[in-house]
Design a protein around this ligand. Structure first.
Ligand code: NAD
Length: 949
């Protein structure tokens, strides 16, 4: 505790420990984690609850194992329900009630949810077998309202349902209800109370909904059940009031409410901070304590409607609940105190001695799946804010510790994050546009309304735009909803060489004034464009849902990224406008400045239909260039929104032309046009390389060499080490491989796994991908939408058909809609690394798995590709992470997270090798590519004197 850096390393080591294989592996990890630290002495200092090591003793694998299992057994009552029963009986004899929590790994698939459910039934079996034989204890089995069941369990809703998440809430609720109802019926019939544990804020509303929905079932009227509320949440008092209102109308025994402080404070704070969302927990411990007391008052005021349980080790909080109850005349038996098994034992004893009913929360399970629980307990025990630490470890005075929390205001919870528009005169630092906070109802409702509106709209008319005026062509191109191709979303112009020549001529003459506009004026146009998009965020995302087939979260993220590009490049040009770094000796003035290159062509793909064109176009424009934009033929309507946004935000109409049309037609012509100074392309390798070759040819009259910035494809790999946290790796790999049906250039298409964990990883991956919801993106719960067009569907089908000859197909989903361009997630294991499946960019939901004998071999296999775009690694070995970071051949390497979703300004994006030429989008080097640097040197010496300073 005295050494926070060591504490972090120690907890990380504790976290990886169960995934180590044998003594040599344990020692390797000890060495990597504690290199240079005096590990034995520090361990002796750091773990209050562990065996003391003899000073100077050598930390062997055996000692580490003993220390960690000793810590775990302090908090875990038994490995199996059978083994735990003895410990529960001991507690009962001591005069404590209990509730049992089954520790488990994260549930990522339906079979895993079934397995958890099976363990809950086993637990009930063991309890119903043993508990009736125990001596009766009226103190524990009756309160002022009536009898209390002897047996009690606490269930984790996330373990009961693999789709238990904000956007897949309907499916998640149905899965959880289906598994829960039989458990609850048994509890009702055989006499057990069931507590619904509260977990992360992401699923808080869902768990309250689940609780209410099952308890509204008439058949469960007599069930003893309880809900947990977390006082650290800013929502909790309001939630409690709603629950109380609902409970007051219920028949049967009162529901229980366990009031806790909350165990995920760090995680909630970090997560919300990273997303840019309002932090759902109180920032200050005093606020949580004050809120706990507020909620305690509410509970007591509704005594009889609910049965209150106060779960805390903080004596002040408990004393407050007790005193307030006595003031209201509620007997001491009218509520209970709950505490964690193995934590603050002296307080347990004191509570029992004082005659209160104590219920001990008893985790049961193996060390490996219990590790997350153990780390939470260690964090809690050692936190600066911990009562247990302050009293039992530091011996702080009781008078100070039971003082009331300082008076603090407890404001209502904030609304959704709203980023203020940028003031062009004073832009302030760049910040990422927060993604929609789906876990909160208003965010879901906003997009639902926009999708409903867009779904009713007729086909949009998308003309070309030159000089701000619409240009129509005889031929047209229809863009369709890939989920229902008979529905035309937009009809665009189909420009050809004639329109291209006219557009280049118009922009060449029309962009002069723009070039001369000061950088601040150009930046201001981008900031206003960002504001324009921010205001229309939901309707832009809804258009993407239909035209690009993007599920909600992907569509929303694309709009956020477009806003980010405007905000980021607007600031970047202000930075570059102040000039480059050069030195000037006495008598000489040197200035390095950047000037626009001229007229550029931007050729965009469909897969990020707003963000990618916005990034390329705004970067080129903000540098003072003119731009001819050729959008993808599949998504002209979305791209035309960018054009409208820019023109309505003050871009001179002459600076931009918009030419929808076929790539090989208008695109190929533009690339070869002698009046073009640069080409910015994002798309396939084949087209990119063609553009590079075409641009190299100079024609008579051409006054410059064309610069090409080309972002192309990838065959991206994720390496999984033997000590990886599979609870973390599996969902991240599934999201990276199958998000947007694998149609992201950054998508994972290969997993290279060290053999030790191969089988488990493949089994869990297949399980998780089997339950992905494939369907129309307009539906909120869809995780995998259609492919973009019929050709793509046919291409993916060809690869899937060839898969049995190239490896073992472990998942081939055929349960997908038959209308629309759908393709089911497919996983092929043990693929020959040289087979087309393992080398070609398929651009669909197909994931290949390769096994490797060692981590080094896995990295080597991952690098066997000409592409170098993104790569990932899951490992908890500091040395292996260092190796992967240095050696993986990719422009963006991600460690212990998914490999898609780069954020402007955080993960500048782009590859090398055959994945691209040019420097990264959304990074500090990007704008240089649209500028010609110039240096002006002036001799300032006249007649032997020069200006000074
Ligand atoms: P694509 O290459 O087929 O089309 C991209 C654009 O090029 C479209 O606007 C198209 O009309 C145009 N085009 C086609 N033929 C042309 C030609 N002969 N001359 C000039 N222009 C032409 O790619 P796509 O299918 O739209 O996009 C998918 C590809 O894009 C994948 O390979 C993916 O990896 C890649 N991609 C890369 C990145 C990145 O940042 N590296 C980002 C997104 C997509």
């Amino acid at each position: 505790m005295a050494n926070p850096a060591f504490k972090t390393q120690l907890f990380r080591f504790v976290d990886v420990f169960p995934a180590t294989s044998g003594d040599a592996d344990v020692l390797r990890h000890i060495h990597e984690y504690f290199e240079g630290a005096d590990a034995p002495r520090l361990l002796d200092l750091g773990i209050e609850v562990a065996d003391r090591l003899p000073l100077g003793g050598v930390l062997s694998a055996g000692v580490a194992r003993r220390i960690i299992s000793r810590m775990a057994h302090q908090f875990i009552v038994g490995a199996t329900p059978g083994a735990a029963v003895e410990g529960l009986h001991r507690l009962w004899r001591e005069g404590s009630a209990f509730t049992v929590d089954l520790l488990g790994e994260k549930t990522v698939s339906e079979p895993e949810a079934d397995a958890y459910t099976g363990r809950v039934h086993e637990l009930l079996d063991a309890l119903f077998r043993a508990a009736p034989g125990w001596a009766p204890d009226d103190h524990l089995e009756r309160d002022d309202i009536g009898p209390l069941p002897r047996a009690s369990i606490s269930v984790k809703p996330t373990a009961l349902a693999s789709s238990y998440a904000p956007l897949t809430r309907q499916a998640g609720l149905a899965q959880a209800r289906g598994r829960l109802l039989p458990i609850l019926r048994r509890a009702r019939d055989q006499g057990a109370s069931v507590w619904f544990d509260m977990e992360h804020y992401d699923v808080k509303d869902l768990t309250i909904e689940l609780f209410r929905s099952v308890l509204d079932e008439p058949e469960l009227e007599d069930l003893h059940a309880g809900l947990v509320l977390q006082a650290y949440l800013r929502d909790s008092a309001r939630d409690l009031e709603e629950v109380l209102g609902w409970a007051s109308g219920r028949k049967g025994p009162p529901i229980g409410v366990r009031l806790v402080k909350g165990a995920y404070w760090d995680a909630e704070t970090i997560h919300a901070g990273a997303e840019g969302w309002p932090v759902p927990v109180w920032g200050d411990k005093a606020e949580t304590d004050a809120n706990y007391e507020r909620c305690a008052r509410l509970l007591h005021q509704h005594h009889g409607t609910v049965r209150a349980a106060f779960a805390s080790h903080n004596l002040r909080s408990l004393a407050y609940a007790i005193t307030y109850a006595r003031d209201l005349g509620i007997p001491d038996s009218g509520y209970e105190i709950q505490m964690l098994y193995g934590m603050a034992a002296p307080i347990h004893a004191a509570i029992r001695r004082l005659g209160f009913r104590l219920r001990v929360y008893c985790p049961v399970g193996e060390l490996v799946p219990g590790m997350a629980y153990l780390v939470r307990r260690l964090l809690e025990n050692t936190s600066n804010e911990s009562f247990v630490r302050a009293r039992l470890a530091e011996g702080r005075s009781l008078d100070a510790l039971i003082a009331p929390p300082p008076a603090v205001a407890l404001p209502d919870p904030p609304g959704l994050a709203v980023r203020a528009d940028t003031d062009g005169r004073n832009p302030g630092p760049y910040a990422h546009e927060p993604a929609a906070e789906w876990r909160r109802r208003p965010a879901r409702e906003a997009l639902a309304a926009a999708v409903a509106t867009a779904g009713r709209a007729g086909p949009l008319d998308v003309p070309a735009v030159v000089g701000g005026a619409p240009v129509r062509t005889a031929a047209t191109i229809a863009s369709v909803d890939p989920a229902q191709p008979e529905r035309v979303v937009a009809v665009s112009a189909a420009c050809g060489p004639a329109e291209a020549d006219a557009a280049v001529a118009a922009v060449t003459s029309g962009c002069d004034g723009w070039r001369r506009t000061p950088a601040a004026g150009r930046a201001a146009v981008l900031f206003r464009t960002a504001a324009w998009m921010r205001r229309r965020r939901a309707s832009l995302a809804a258009l993407e849902v239909f035209e690009a087939g993007k599920p909600w979260a992907d569509a929303d993220a694309d709009v956020c990224e477009a806003i980010d590009f405007c905000e980021y490049y607007g600031r970047e040009i202000l930075r570059l406008d102040s000039g480059g770094l050069v030195s000037s000796p006495p008598g000489e003035a040197n200035r390095l400045t950047y000037q626009a290159k001229g007229v550029g062509v931007v050729i965009a793909p469909w897969n990020f239909p707003l963000a990618i064109p916005t990034g390329m176009v705004t970067a080129a424009l903000v540098c003072g260039n003119g731009v001819v934009l050729k959008p993808a033929e599949q998504t002209p309507a979305v791209a035309s929104q960018l054009v409208t946004a820019l023109l309505e935000s003050g871009l001179p109409p002459g600076a931009l032309a918009f030419l929808p049309g076929w790539g090989e037609d208008v695109g190929a012509h533009l690339v070869r046009h002698p009046g073009v100074a640069f080409i910015t392309f994002t798309g396939s390798k084949a087209v990119g390389l063609d553009i590079v070759a075409a641009a190299a040819v100079t024609t008579p009259g051409q006054r410059g060499v064309k610069r090409v910035i080309a972002e192309m494809g990838g065959k991206n790999a994720i390496v999984v080490d033997s000590d990886a946290d599979l609870d973390q790796a599996v969902p991240a790999i599934v999201a990276s491989a199958f998000g947007y049906a694998g149609q992201k250039c950054s998508a994972a298409s290969r997993v290279v796994v060290v053999e030790d964990v191969h089988d488990e990883l493949v089994r869990r991956l297949a399980g998780a991908a089997r339950q992905l919801r494939v369907g129309p993106p307009a539906e909120m719960g869809t995780e995998v939408g259609p492919l973009i067009e019929a050709d793509a569907q046919a291409r993916v089908a060809r690869y899937v058909a060839g898969a049995p000859a190239q490896g073992q197909v472990v998942l081939a989903r055929a349960d997908v809609p038959t209308t629309g361009y759908f393709a089911g997630p497919t996983i092929v294991d043990r693929v020959d690394p040289a087979a087309p499946l393992a080398t070609d960019e398929i651009f669909g939901p197909v994931l290949v798995v390769l096994g490797a004998p060692s981590f080094g071999a896995a990295v080597e296999l991952a690098n066997r590709t000409d592409y170098a775009l993104t790569a990932g690694v899951f490992s908890r070995s500091p040395d292996n992470i260092r190796l992967a970071a240095a050696e993986l051949r990719a422009g963006n390497v991600y460690v212990n997270r998914g490999i898609t979703g780069a954020v402007v300004g955080r993960q500048p994006f782009g590859g090398y090798g055959l994945s691209g030429v040019g420097s990264k989008a959304g990074g500090p080097d990007y704008l240089h590519q649209f500028l010609d640097p110039r240096v002006v040197t002036e001799n300032t010496v006249r007649q032997g004197f020069a200006p000074t300073g």
